[in-house]
Design a protein around this ligand. Structure first.
Ligand SMILES: Nc1ncnc2c1ncn2[C@@H]1O[C@H](COP(=O)(O)OP(=O)(O)OP(=O)(O)O)[C@@H](O)[C@H]1O
Ligand SMILES: [Mg+2]
Length: 243
């Protein structure tokens, strides 16, 4: 295994009317190629800020971000988001309502030839199990189906890294669990490396190869699922006793 993503002593802060506000003081982590990493953490702890910095939407005040050994962000240098080969999928899916499923998925492939685009869109719709609704519009689909369209759209340009910011938070808990397992197998089949942000430990366990918790912008650990299970075991045992 080799390192795909490296965050090295990252310091992230927002410019506010009252001066710079530090959100992430000093964050370092590495993600192996083909792995899915998961960031847990309470609301406001800086999870989305970290993803936005990796995608190139927030500047880095200290430290740097490397992808495949390529410098993406440092205080001196900032590669434009569209040149990073980093895909991002947001909580609300942000599908284009006036476009069909197939056009949504093909959106990031506008520079490919029509036949290449057609082939890739068909391949992705098959991967996410939605070939039969390619001509439908987003509002005709269930929440889970829309989520899979958004995933196919994010995968279409073959990003080196996919960022998923709370992709299941709009769904009921049954659908969430089902989709987390499904998304994992889709990402695995596509060989896609990814970082997922969630509040949900079960979701992290269902998906991730590495699980970390952000608290006050600092990474508390960066565990394998087995280590993470042991870490949360006492809490599970206590809540089982209480029940
Ligand atoms: N544009 C901004 N300007 C100033 N402060 C911001 C900005 N965006 C976010 N923040 C602050 O930075 C902190 C981290 O925000 P962030 O959105 O990264 O949290 P999060 O962990 O993703 O939370 P949630 O789980 O609620 O999505 C919060 O205190 C937030 O208020
Ligand atoms: Mg967030």
């Amino acid at each position: 295994m080799s390192t795909l993503l490296e965050l090295d002593h990252l310091h992230l802060a927002y410019d506010t009317p009252r001066g710079l506000r530090t959100v992430v003081p000093d964050l370092s982590l590495q993600l192996e190629r083909g792995h899915i990493g998961c960031l847990l953490g309470a609301s406001g702890c800086g999870k989305s800020t970290v993803l936005r910095a990796i995608a190139g939407f927030e500047p880095v005040r200290h430290g740097h971000i490397l992808l495949e050994g390529r410098l993406l962000s440092s205080p001196q240098q900032q590669v434009a988001p569209e040149l990073r080969r980093v895909g991002m999928m947001f909580q609300d899916y942000a599908l284009f309502p006036h476009m069909t499923v197939a056009s949504n998925v093909g959106f990031g492939l506008r520079r490919a030839s029509a036949s290449e685009r057609h082939k890739r869109v068909a391949e992705l719709l098959e991967l996410v199990g939605l070939g039969h609704v390619s001509d439908s519009y987003p509002h005709e689909l269930s929440g889970g189906q829309q989520q899979r369209v958004a995933l196919a759209r994010a995968l279409a340009p073959t990003p080196q890294l996919l960022l998923l910011d709370e992709p299941f938070s709009n769904l009921d808990s049954n659908t969430r669990e089902h989709l987390a397992a499904e998304v994992r197998s889709i990402l695995r089949e596509a060989g896609q490396s990814a970082i997922l942000v969630t509040h949900n430990q079960a979701e992290a366990l269902a998906l991730a190869d590495r699980i970390g918790s952000l608290s006050g912008g600092s990474l508390q650990y960066w565990d394998s699922p087995e280590q993470f299970r042991q870490r949360i075991q006492p809490a599970v045992a206590v809540s089982a006793q209480a029940a």
